[in-house]
Design a protein. Structure first.
Length: 386
């Protein structure tokens, strides 16, 4: 079952590739991504060999092929010969490449997530037997903060909290329209907010939670310019008496759907296997946790990372401090992700997973481990290049 993959070097993508390799076989998996082919190989093999999971069969890494390309370019920047080689005989095309950014200029998001998806669909035209596995997000629901989101729901009636959500919604519309027009098999995978509690070595793709950590770190650094001892104070001792208090304007009873990335990757590969050979259709699957996590769990986890921060969610802040204004300005998108009361239907997911057990609950201890060491810097945007 030859496979073509975009975004294979990303936080989720490398785990999906490892799951595919662990199944055995000798069919090639072609990875398209930015950089030279030797660079792609080094990044891919570093990620795959570091990850936990079942032992890989002997010679599994020899199944990987590498092709330098960029989804933001017409034809992914491939020559006709490279395109023919990449699509020859493939039965699955995984599109996982995306840019995750919750603030700033929307143009890069549109270029990567919308235009990039259009280019991948054009490439798929050259692989008529390939089942398209498109990685979207459960957050295409946008500002619909309450209710039960069905797997086939795709509406913009409520608008969007971030440009990222809107770009993924638009990309999913393109994919659905393409599938209906061509009569091709398409599975749209909508994960919740992906997390891991395993420290990620430097140089390997970081997790979306890093965006929130970056906002807090930036705020402390900005404040520390005027009070040099603040950052050290917040990261020091566990005595709460002199805590720096920060109120965040959000629903105090809000929740977020956080799902372990290891579970999501395994569930996606099982879904691909279950959907293979079915009559052609566009199917949507919520790869979400069966239970949302309360927003206060995330705040408590941050307080473990920063022992002298005292965080609280309040409906409204009439007199924000400078630090609270900074959080409101730069962290609104991420806070919005954890200020909802909606739930997600998992009917199609459960049908596909068979005996795969539900993921373990995500609690304060798990998120505290996911937040990691405050002295380890976090990167900027979460990019899945291809």
């Amino acid at each position: 079952m030859p496979v073509l993959f975009t975004g294979a070097t990303g936080f989720l993508g490398c785990r999906i590739v490892r799951e595919l390799l662990s199944e055995g076989g000798d069919e090639p998996i072609t990875v398209i991504g930015r950089g030279s082919e030797p660079d792609l190989r080094a990044r891919m093999e570093a990620a795959v060999t570091w990850l936990d999971g079942p032992s890989l069969p002997a010679g599994a890494l020899n199944r990987l092929r590498y092709l330098s390309g960029d989804i933001t370019l017409p034809g992914l920047g491939l020559t006709a010969e490279e395109r023919a080689r990449a699509t020859d005989g493939i039965t699955q095309l995984w599109h996982s490449a995306a840019l995750l950014r919750l603030e700033g200029d929307p143009a890069p998001l549109h270029r990567s997530n919308v235009v990039g998806t259009r280019h991948v669909l054009e490439l798929a035209e050259h692989a008529p037997d390939a089942h398209l596995m498109h990685v979207s997000t459960a957050y295409v629901a946008g500002r619909r903060l309450t209710g039960h989101i069905l797997e086939e729901d795709l509406l913009d009636d409520h608008g969007f909290q971030t440009y990222y959500e809107e770009s993924k919604y638009t990309a999913e519309r393109l994919v659905r329209a393409w599938g209906a027009r061509t009569g091709r098999s398409v599975t749209v995978l909508r994960p919740g907010l992906l997390v891991t509690d395993r420290p990620v070595p430097e140089g390997l793709p970081g997790q979306p939670l890093n965006i929130l950590l970056r906002i807090v770190d930036a705020g402390l650094h900005s404040k520390a310019v005027r009070a040099r001892s603040l950052a050290a104070f917040v990261k020091g001792g566990r005595r709460r008496g002199d805590a720096v208090r920060i109120r965040i304007a959000a629903d105090p009873d809000g929740t977020a759907n956080l799902v372990q990335v290891e579970y999501a990757a395994r569930a996606m590969v099982r879904t691909a296997r279950a959907h293979a050979g079915r009559p052609a259709a566009v199917r949507t699957v919520h790869v979400t946790h069966p239970h949302n996590a309360s927003a206060d769990i995330a705040l408590k986890a941050l307080e473990v990372r920063y022992p002298r921060l005292s965080l609280s969610l309040v409906p409204h802040i009439p007199d924000p401090t400078p630090l609270e204004q900074l959080v409101a300005q730069h962290g609104a998108g991420m806070v919005g992700f954890s200020a909802q009361r909606r739930t997600y239907d998992r009917t199609h997911l459960c049908e596909a997973l068979g005996d795969l057990p539900d993921p373990e609950p995500i609690d304060e201890s798990y998120l505290a481990r996911a937040c990691g060491d405050p002295d380890v810097p976090v990167g900027p945007d979460v990019r899945v290049p291809a």
